[in-house]
Design a protein around this ligand. Structure first.
Ligand SMILES: Cc1cc2nc3c(=O)[nH]c(=O)nc-3n(C[C@H](O)[C@H](O)[C@H](O)COP(=O)(O)OP(=O)(O)OC[C@H]3O[C@@H](n4cnc5c(N)ncnc54)[C@H](O)[C@@H]3O)c2cc1C
Length: 536
């Protein structure tokens, strides 16, 4: 079906979200606006071209969005052949969809959530226009919208998938529900910036949950936890009851205060699809950020024939984790690979110039690119937990069994702060091994086990043909001892504090992760002479 969509400035953000969601439905979407992004010179009848296209069957159905939805609805209904309805709540909407042969729906962006708007759009697009009257009993409908699960997981990432595996190791029949804000079922994130750019198929990333008997609710955002009634309310008005709840809400990318949807903040498979699509037309791509994501994406795009410019505030790539000489070597290495580097640059603005962007820096640099992707850090998704009075800091606090301050609520993965005995401190880790190991342990504990999490997670990254694994605290402010077999090509870097090893970087050195963990657990004292040659 061809769907027309239009908004004024007030409906622009909702329109963008709906368009993104519609991408995966197989419908063709035709965008009729907005005519202005500025409230100053707003175009009051923005709906008219859309409504005309519906009346002339150029598109089969239309979606019009403005602040309240009212103006859009009035304007659309003036066009002969158009039957527009204002939709602002679930029950009226369904009655409208089922009773009427309406061909345009109008949303008020300021009165409806995205999740509800998406839910109603789906109903609108699949409705059979029967022209019969049908009354919906709100109570019956509400009952249908309340589901009970023995185990409920909020989050659709790697931790959530691993928690499902963990639960099923112990309990093969208890019902499991999984709520995810994403449009895609759980998948592995690391290939998004690595393997998928080296020829690996997109199909390889999906987590296998088919045999695990889990009900997955995609594009569903949990908005409130009622700890007393053991219920989670979602933005689409669904309510899920639980016996045990798991918060695997992970992190979200930090964003710059400008640029909006011009910048791809790289985290999800949807971001990957967008970046892939961009590479179809863009020649020059600016990558903002010199950390994990920035360095991996810059390498991936360069290997795919793009001219890449990296812009970051630090002195060199990875300078927050690598010793200075290594990080400076990486700068040279990227330059040899023809990546243009703007180090020590803070971005202060972004301007669209025709089909290109101009990135402005505090040092008055003006960097032109056809597209922009960013990895500038992340923020833990703790707001749900905070609102429910679950203990949080810069993450959700859990004990060694992954329990939060509430008995029946667990948390794990990127969002969880836990005490690690080897480092003798509380940490929060944003890496794959932690997501998988902690997620499955939390799942087992939810299902009745009571095992402590004593694991010190490792992590890894790839930059062109360079690769490493690492354990513990990699912080360039610590004392470091580098033990190179071949300088910057193969070797081990030890990170020390008070004569103890706090972290180990295994640079092109493999199968030493367990030995590194043992070293971190040892009391020391360690010196350059007793560490050199220890791991190789
Ligand atoms: C591009 C990329 C490359 C990476 N490469 C590596 C690597 O090489 N090595 C490594 O060790 N690690 C890597 N990582 C890190 C690793 O992928 C993460 O540590 C891991 O994915 C964390 O999983 P998680 O499930 O805890 O959190 P997330 O992946 O952040 O998942 C959280 C999920 O919860 C959902 N959610 C949040 N709030 C709500 C809500 N209120 N309602 C419903 N759903 C909600 C989110 O939509 C998301 O689906 C990489 C990460 C990225 C993004």
């Amino acid at each position: 079906m061809r769907i027309g969509i239009a908004s004024d400035h007030a409906g622009f953000a909702l329109k963008k979200q709906l368009k993104e969601a519609l991408k995966d439905t197989g419908h063709a979407v035709v965008d009729f606006g907005p005519f202005s992004l500025s409230p100053k010179d707003d175009y009051p009848d923005f709906t008219v071209p859309l409504a005309r296209a519906v009346a002339q069957s150029k598109v089969e159905r239309g979606i019009a969005i403005c602040g309240s939805g009212v103006g859009a609805c009035i304007a659309a209904n003036k066009v002969q052949g158009v039957r527009a309805a204002l939709i602002s709540d679930y029950f009226s909407a369904h009655q409208g969809v089922e009773d009427d042969n309406m061909n345009v729906i109008c949303f008020g962006a300021q009165v409806i959530s995205y999740a509800l708007a998406w839910d109603l759009t789906r109903a609108f697009l699949t409705a059979q226009f029967v022209r019969s009257t049908r009354t919906i009993d709100p109570n019956e409908s509400r009952k249908k919208r309340m589901k009970e699960y023995k185990y409920l997981i909020i989050g659709g990432g790697m931790t959530a998938a691993s928690a499902v595996y963990g639960i099923r190791e112990i309990d093969s029949i208890g019902s499991i529900g999984l709520i995810s804000a994403e449009a895609d079922a759980p998948y592995n994130r690391p290939p998004l910036s690595k393997a998928l750019w080296k020829g690996e198929a997109l199909d390889s990333i999906w987590r296998d949950l088919k045999s695990k008997k889990v009900e997955i609710h995609l594009r569903t955002i949990a908005k409130e936890i009622d700890l007393k009634r053991k219920r989670v309310a979602c933005e689409n008005e669904e309510i899920y009851c639980y016996e045990k709840l798991m918060l695997a809400t992970g992190v979200r990318p930090k964003q710059l205060p400008f640029g909006d949807d011009s910048i791809i903040y790289f985290r999800t498979v949807s971001d990957y699809r967008n970046l892939r699509a961009l590479t179809g037309t863009a020649k020059r791509i600016a990558v903002i950020g010199g950390g994990f994501i920035g360095s991996e994406i810059a390498a991936a795009l360069t290997m795919n024939g793009k001219e890449v410019t990296m812009i970051f505030p630090g002195e060199s790539i990875g300078d927050r984790i690598f010793p200075r000489d290594l990080s400076q070597f990486i700068n040279q290495f990227y330059k040899q690979k023809r990546v243009e580097l703007f180090s020590g640059e803070k971005i202060i603005g972004l301007e669209k110039k025709g089909n290109q962007y101009s990135v402005k820096t505090a040092n008055q640099k003006d960097i032109i690119a056809d597209g922009i992707v960013a990895g500038i850090g992340s923020l833990p998704n703790i707001e749900l937990a905070q609102a429910a009075n679950i203990a949080t800091k810069d993450g959700i606090l859990v004990n060694e069994f992954m329990r939060t301050s509430n008995q029946d609520v667990y948390a794990a993965g990127d969002v969880a702060i836990f005490y690690n005995p080897s480092l003798a401190k509380q940490i929060r880790v944003e890496h794959e091994d932690n997501a998988n190991t902690m997620g499955s342990l939390a799942g087992r504990n939810m299902a009745g086990k009571n095992d402590p999490y004593l694991h010190l997670p490792f992590f890894y990254s790839d930059m062109f043909e360079l690769g490493y694994e690492a354990v513990g605290e990699l912080d360039s402010r610590l004392e470091t001892i580098s033990d190179w077999k071949k300088p910057f090509e193969e070797g081990v870097v030890y990170y020390l504090k008070n004569d103890r090893v706090r972290g180990v970087l295994l640079w092109n050195v493999w199968k030493q992760v367990d030995a590194a963990r043992e070293l971190i657990a040892e009391p020391g004292p360690f010196t350059p002479s007793n560490l050199k040659g220890r791991l190789k």
